[in-house]
Unconditional design. Structure first.
Length: 371
């Protein structure tokens, strides 16, 4: 049907490649990243160019893996065998810096949702967090990461001030009910308390963190002491300072304006930002599972579409199925959930917003299109 063509981005991408200045070149970041990022910064990136930017970033990821002589398979096996070093529940905000790299010895899962909330039990988002906790080694860490200028916290403050009246969106109402306090620190602490009470953390090391990109620093708000947490935060802060030193970083982070939403599976061996080598403020992230999307995921996506003007949604799954039909089935359920929201459905049907679908190839690190 007509939507299928829009969803795959194949025709627009092909037209762009034929007519662009990159005709005949391999999709190599050295040749095109600067031009695409300039278009993104100016707000003129098309759907097809958004896809090209993600593919070019993924090329960097693959090249880095080759140079190091590693594949993501061993990392994925550690996830499946319950040997994760940490779980981070972080906000979807595209300005949150990636917390891993191809060189990282520690293996973690990052679950991203607006407001870094721990939702109520009985929802797919809660179930995926519970499953992630079960994959952490016995003395592994659970970390809740908030950040400065959190839109979810600001929206909740306005909502409370207005009498907590229905917003007109059930998914947004559900999210606002799960955000707490008047600051990112308040919310991170409240989410950590919920995690300890509902996710079965036991005596695992855990902490509430706050990321401040204005001073390129992750701060520990509260933790039950662990040297591993301190070491991980030190490692991340080195990466944050390096990113902050790049030319144009401050100007780019003043206002959130990602070019794409990444809805990623909850057990990828690297974070989406690392898989796509996305700079801060390029990709807005939320996490989906085989059980589907729920109100938390929908609220995150709706916020990015409505407030940030994003026009491209990318589904990414790990390449563990030998047959892509299982992944396609999961993606179809994700899409069906989005079509349940009339605002999102209208944007999809009009072609204003498009969806692309990929699996992550564990043997190469490439994102591979799924029909």
């Amino acid at each position: 049907m007509a939507f299928h063509k829009k969803e795959q981005l194949s025709e627009p991408a092909a037209r762009h490649r034929k007519s662009s200045a990159f005709e005949g070149r391999e999709l190599h970041p050295d040749a095109i990243l600067a031009d695409l990022r300039e278009k993104h910064d100016s707000g003129s990136l098309s759907h097809a160019q958004s896809l090209m930017l993600m593919r070019a970033g993924n090329y960097e990821h693959v090249a880095r893996l080759k140079k190091l002589g590693i594949t993501p398979v061993s990392r994925y096996e550690r996830i499946k065998e319950g040997q994760l070093d940490y779980l981070v529940i972080a906000c979807s905000d595209s300005r949150v810096h990636r917390l891993d790299s191809e060189e990282s010895a520690s293996v973690g899962i990052q679950i991203r949702v607006a407001g870094n909330v721990v939702p109520k039990s009985g929802t797919p988002s809660f179930d995926e967090m519970k499953e992630a906790v079960s994959r952490i080694r016995k003395d592994g860490m659970v970390l809740i990461e908030g950040h400065v200028h959190c839109g979810a916290v600001k929206e909740r403050a306005k909502w409370v001030e207005g009498g907590m009246k229905p917003t007109g969106s059930e998914s947004l109402d559900a999210l606002l009910h799960e955000v707490f306090g008047t600051s990112p620190d308040d919310n991170a602490l409240a989410q950590l308390t919920k995690a300890r009470e509902t996710l079965g953390l036991g005596s695992r090391p855990s902490a509430a963190l706050c990321y401040d990109w204005e001073d390129s620093h992750v701060r520990v708000v509260k933790s039950n002491y662990s040297a591993d947490i301190d070491n991980l935060v030190v490692q991340w802060n080195k990466a944050h300072r390096k990113a902050a030193a790049e030319e144009g970083t401050w100007e780019r982070l003043r206002q959130q304006k990602p070019h794409a939403i990444a809805v990623a599976a909850d057990d990828l061996p690297y974070s989406v930002a690392t898989i796509l080598h996305a700079r801060q403020n390029e990709v807005f992230c939320t996490t989906g599972s085989a059980k589907g999307l729920d109100a938390m995921d929908e609220a995150s996506i709706l916020y990015a579409l409505g407030h940030l003007g994003v026009k491209h949604i990318t589904f990414i799954a790990p390449g563990t199925a030998t047959d892509d039909s299982a992944i396609s089935s999961m993606f179809d359920s994700w899409k069906k959930r989005l079509y349940g929201n009339r605002s999102i459905a209208g944007m999809l049907d009009s072609g204003e917003v498009v969806i692309s679908r990929f699996r992550y190839d564990l043997s190469t690190g490439k994102i591979v299109a799924v029909a």
